[in-house]
Write a protein that binds this ligand. Structure first.
Ligand code: SF4
Length: 217
């Protein structure tokens, strides 16, 4: 059964998931990522303490972070639950996929994922939408309908709550089918920016940035 993270990876690039599935060991999570994710569990302290904000591994100016969090508090219906979640780091298994949700809200049930990155101008990127939908579907298998999921980007003070509608569910099912049918390496994607961030560039045969500059590409 694929994990929520596998589906996110396959939504980013199916070929990347193909290589990941065949690697010997799970990669270690970089310290910077762990530190940034930890911010999502420290909101109360950071909002109350200017010095703590200055010392936290924020990716934006602490004043900007504070301003964004104040705005999130006003706009997000579930802000109080995100600050003090009923459960954290919960494994959920559904009929198609399983994985960890970083926070689990109740009444109504809602999965929350925490990202060390930065969101787009609005909403969330497609791979994160697929991961959040996978978590919502797995939770729905256990608890009944799940209408929303939240993705937090704590290092930049952004919180994105998304509705789990037919379009997201359709895309999620499409990625599930792709992963289930994967026997040979899927075709390379045509995205220089995505490939530049990919750890499998050499295995994949995609020219790295240095090779491309040597070739004048
Ligand atoms: S280098 Fe590009 S095409 Fe190859 S696996 Fe990575 S993202 Fe996919």
């Amino acid at each position: 059964m694929p994990s929520f993270r596998d589906l996110e990876r396959a939504a980013y690039c199916p070929r990347q998931q193909y290589y990941h599935e065949r690697r010997d060991a799970e990669p270690t999570v970089p310290e910077r990522v762990t530190a940034r994710r930890a911010i999502a569990f420290e909101y109360e302290r950071l909002l109350a303490d200017r010095v703590a904000r200055r010392e936290a591994p924020l990716a934006v100016d602490p004043a900007v972070w504070r301003e964004r969090m104040d705005r999130a508090r006003e706009r997000c219906d579930r802000f109080a639950d995100l600050v003090d979640p009923p459960a954290t780091e919960v494994y959920i298994e559904g009929s198609d996929a399983g994985g960890i949700v970083h926070k689990l809200l109740t009444d109504p049930p809602e999965p929350v994922l925490v990202s060390a990155g930065t969101p787009p101008e609005t909403g969330v990127y497609d791979p994160q939408s697929v991961r959040a939908t996978a978590a919502a579907q797995a939770l729905a298998d256990r608890e009944g309908p799940v209408e929303h999921a939240t993705v937090e980007y704590p290092a930049v003070g952004r919180i994105r709550r998304i509705a789990i509608g037919a379009r997201r569910r359709g895309r999620y099912r499409e990625v599930c089918r792709t992963v289930a049918a994967m026997e040979d390496p899927p075709p390379r994607i045509d995205s220089t920016s995505k490939c530049e961030a990919c750890e499998f560039q050499e295995t994949c045969g995609t020219p790295t940035r240095s090779v491309r500059s040597l070739l004048g590409l």
